[in-house]
Ligand binder design. Structure first.
Ligand code: HEC
Length: 185
């Protein structure tokens, strides 16, 4: 093989990994001193699923006081990547927001609607950044874009439950109608 082709081959092999890296790391989760920065425009994130009374506790479900309504969203670029590739890119972010379940809706509906938001939790998939392949972050309901929060330390109950019970890559896709049909059993 002459030098020209050797050079082309070497360049090709050094470019391909860089391109793959660029495609699989979305660079949408931003950090400041290892703390997650609360992202802009979470109102534009894709809705994956909602749940009622699924706070993490052992209390039996009480239909008169059903607890919180949990709403799960995924960041839009991460969602598109997932649709195209069938897996999560590094940097994929999920947001779970807890709302109080309000029965006082007018005109009176027989059920419950979303009241005030009481807590927000993020799950960020990133095998390059986190030892456990993911990071969990808690924010208060008042958090605005730009607010920061430290990662829940390794070995947490968040990681423990998610890795033991969730259907796909530590995420509860079995409860997300938007994407659950896309995950093979
Ligand atoms: C006992 C099990 C359990 C524990 C512990 C737990 N989760 Fe979850 N998590 C769930 C379930 C079930 C869902 C599905 C959504 C729902 O039902 O509200 C979920 C969904 C989520 C989601 C939406 C994306 C996803 O991964 O499916 C985030 C974000 C999240 N949890 C954050 C946290 C954080 C942060 C902690 C720790 C402070 C935590 N979770 C601890 C069970 C758990």
């Amino acid at each position: 093989m002459n030098k020209f082709f050797t050079l082309i081959l070497i360049s090709a092999f050094s470019i391909i990994p860089a391109v793959l890296q660029a495609q699989t790391d979305l660079e949408i989760a931003l950090y400041s001193n290892e703390q997650l920065i609360y992202p802009e425009r979470t109102d534009e994130w894709i809705h994956l699923g909602s749940s009622l009374g699924s706070e993490y506790g052992d209390k039996p479900f009480n239909s008169a006081e059903p607890g919180a309504i949990g709403v799960v969203q995924i960041e839009p670029a991460a969602y598109r990547y997932f649709l195209e590739h069938g897996e999560y890119a590094d940097g994929t972010m999920f947001l779970l927001s807890f709302y109080s379940a309000e029965a006082e809706s007018a005109p009176q509906l027989p059920g419950f609607v979303q009241g005030s938001m009481n807590a927000q939790e993020f799950h960020v998939i990133d095998s390059g950044r986190f030892n456990e392949g993911r990071g969990f972050f808690l924010f208060p309901p008042t958090a605005a874009p730009g607010a920061t929060s430290a990662k829940v330390p390794d070995g947490s109950e968040c990681v423990e439950c998610h890795m033991a019970e969730a259907a796909y890559n530590g995420t509860f896709t079995q409860f997300y109608p938007t994407i659950r049909h896309l995950i093979g059993d």
